[in-house]
Design a protein around this ligand. Structure first.
Ligand code: AP5
Length: 189
């Protein structure tokens, strides 16, 4: 399984990715979580990423791509993975497409398969959910900026994956259980 969760901040990517990963026995790789660990541990990457994250900006690609490449080289990721929060722009999407293609040709595997799930939720519901959660970057001004960054840089990936027939869009404005049920069907199809 190679699955990408796409969707705006608060869409439920992390919530659903954790459930689906546990159910299918693959690692749940959240770039936001990895970055927050680096910030907490005050690593070099954490120091560089901290201000971008606090302001709701994307962390620059040259920091993110290396981080993701290393994570995907770890042993638990060799038989599949779920990416949550990556890719966030076209160049990150090109990077992961190349990585999957290269891995498949080295393994003489012709699958080249990536599935992408877009969780669709109205903006006002997203803002309510994130305000109720209250992470450090969950104040209203920063949430609205994250939504703007999403619209400008990440939302174009809906067309990118749609044109490649890799995308399923799911209504994310329902109970968590209903969403999980539909996701399991889509992922198994
Ligand atoms: P990241 O951690 O990825 O944050 P995000 O995209 O803003 O996503 P969230 O975690 O806020 O939302 P989610 O969709 O995962 O929803 P969740 O399941 O948590 O990124 C943080 C920052 O790191 C970025 O701003 C950027 O700076 C940097 N970064 C990360 N990746 C990067 C990359 N690839 N490139 C560059 N920079 C990067 O749910 C949210 C809340 O809603 C929870 O409280 C949950 O309980 C609730 N909820 C979930 N589902 C439902 C439901 N169905 N009904 C009611 N409530 C629900």
């Amino acid at each position: 399984m190679r699955l990408i969760f796409l969707g705006p901040p608060g869409a439920g990517k992390g919530t659903q990715a954790a459930v689906i990963a546990a159910s299918f026995g693959v690692p749940h790789i959240s770039t936001g979580e990895i970055l927050r660990t680096h910030v907490g541990e005050e690593t070099d990457l954490g120091q560089k990423a901290k201000d971008y994250m606090a302001q709701g900006e994307l962390v620059p690609d040259q920091l993110i791509l290396d981080m993701v490449k290393h994570r995907l080289e770890e042993s638990d990721a060799q038989n599949g993975w779920i990416l949550d929060g990556f890719p966030r722009n076209i160049s990150q999407a090109d990077f992961i497409a190349d990585l999957v293609l290269k891995g498949d040709s080295e393994a003489k595997n012709s699958e080249g398969e990536l599935k992408v799930i877009n969780l669709d939720v109205p903006d006002e519901i997203l803002v309510q959910r994130l305000l109720a959660r209250g992470r450090q970057d969950d104040n209203e001004g920063i949430i609205r900026h994250r939504l703007q960054v999403y619209r400008e840089q990440t939302a174009p990936l809906i067309d990118y994956y749609g044109q490649r027939n890799q995308l399923d869009s799911i209504n994310g404005n329902r109970s968590m259980d209903e969403i999980t049920q539909e996701l399991k069907q889509v992922v198994s199809a």
